[in-house]
Write a protein of this length. Structure first.
Length: 393
């Protein structure tokens, strides 16, 4: 099968209405918590949260079996040990496992709101309080939203989040808290040259996708001239543009850049985070998720993990289970569909009775539903996914 290749952005892309409107979100966000610092990435935020807790060599940190390796690399960078715990089919920690587990030396627990669908983490909060350990609420997938009875991020001692998943920025994360002040000394100012590069990278990505009209032709010409003069440099932005690229973790043990993790993000990141149209982000993601749920509701060999979008949820992706990922995932990805899969885990993840983490890892595709995908894009994505799941190459 000769499948045409899409040219769709895997992540949000800057444009006039995306960064100049400033509409307020109809739901809470992580950046509205009492104590907030922006970081260069979500993994940097995890690293800084662990640092603030004085976690170091020999300490143990609880991490879910279903994870991106970038959740684990900050733990390892500090010399601590990751202890993997199981999750239930609701994505929450499997409470029965903790009754018999050896939790000696555990200092913190990392619990996630997968796919941007807020979980009730009050049982995890109670467990951490009983054990006398810290709860790090991982909101990498859930920058906006409400958990049952609480705004997103209000349960953890520290909250970590990712800006690149929700805003049109080339870097950015967030560490926040309702319970603890965040030490100012954890972050130092960003190098000016690096800050300028990030601004240009943001504009360049937007121009490649036809944004910032009517300046698009001029911007494309300018960036093409720059590439000719300097020699083409493959960057994160370039990798995202290539139809077959996989911008999720591609190795089992990604190395954390500790120096970068301790720097503030570029000023352009701060500006966009403050001025982006948040109502557009929230409404667009919910609309695209619900449309995907409708269009993919009857696929042979696949099903929505959560077809009904909870009220107050602002999704990062649309989670879609496929029966035979080994036959369809790579063809879907190569075709340009904005899709990710956590099929590469940190070494040593155990098999635990009742755990769905190791089952989700290869079988759950994370299909993009971000605000910069238009209705016709969502229809095209759904058609392509249906075709390649039902008739794999």
């Amino acid at each position: 099968m000769n499948t045409p290749v899409f040219r769709l952005p895997k992540l949000p892309v800057a444009d006039w209405d995306a960064v100049l409107s400033g509409g307020r979100a109809p739901v809470p966000s992580v950046s509205e918590l009492p104590h907030v610092h922006l970081t260069t990435s979500g993994r940097a935020a995890i690293f800084l949260a662990l640092q603030a807790l004085r976690i170091g060599a020999g300490d143990r940190v609880l991490v879910p079996t279903y994870h991106c390796p970038t959740m684990v690399s900050p733990v390892v960078a500090l010399g601590a040990n990751a202890i993997f715990f199981p999750i239930g089919d609701d994505g929450a920690p499997l409470r029965s496992w903790f009754d018999d587990a050896d939790l000696t030396g555990v200092r913190a627990m990392l619990a996630a709101h997968y796919f941007g669908l807020p979980r009730d983490l009050s049982p995890a909060r109670a467990l951490c309080d009983r054990l006398g350990i810290a709860l790090i609420e991982d909101c990498a997938h859930a920058f906006f939203g409400n958990t049952p009875g609480l705004p997103i991020g209000a349960t953890g001692d520290f909250v970590t989040a990712s800006l690149t998943k929700f805003f049109p920025v080339e870097e950015g994360g967030c560490i926040a808290s309702t319970r603890r002040a965040i030490p100012d000394h954890l972050l130092r100012p960003r190098d000016r040259a690096a800050s300028v590069r990030k601004l240009f990278d943001t504009v360049e990505t937007a121009a490649k996708y036809g944004r910032f009209r009517p300046l698009t032709p001029l911007l494309r010409w300018a960036f093409a001239a720059k590439d000719r003069l300097r020699g083409r440099r493959t960057s994160h932005t370039d990798a995202e543009m290539q139809p077959g690229s996989h911008i999720a973790a591609s190795t089992a043990t990604p190395v954390l850049d500790v120096d970068l993790a301790q720097q503030q993000p570029a000023p352009a990141v701060r500006w966009i985070e403050r001025h982006a149209d948040r109502a557009r982000i929230v409404d667009g993601r919910r609309r695209n998720y619900l449309l995907l749920a409708e269009l993919l509701g009857t696929v042979r060999g696949g099903r929505a993990v959560t077809p009904d979008l909870p009220e107050g949820a602002v999704p990062y992706v649309f989670p879609f289970w496929v029966d035979h990922p080994e036959r369809c995932y790579q063809p879907i990805r190569r075709s340009g569909v904005p899709v990710f899969c956590w099929d590469v885990l940190w070494p040593g993840v155990p098999t635990i009775p009742g755990d769905v983490g190791l089952t989700w890892s290869p079988h759950v595709l994370q299909i993009g539903c971000h605000q910069d995908l238009r209705e016709e894009d969502i229809h095209a994505i759904a058609d392509r996914v249906r075709t390649l799941v039902e008739n794999p190459e």
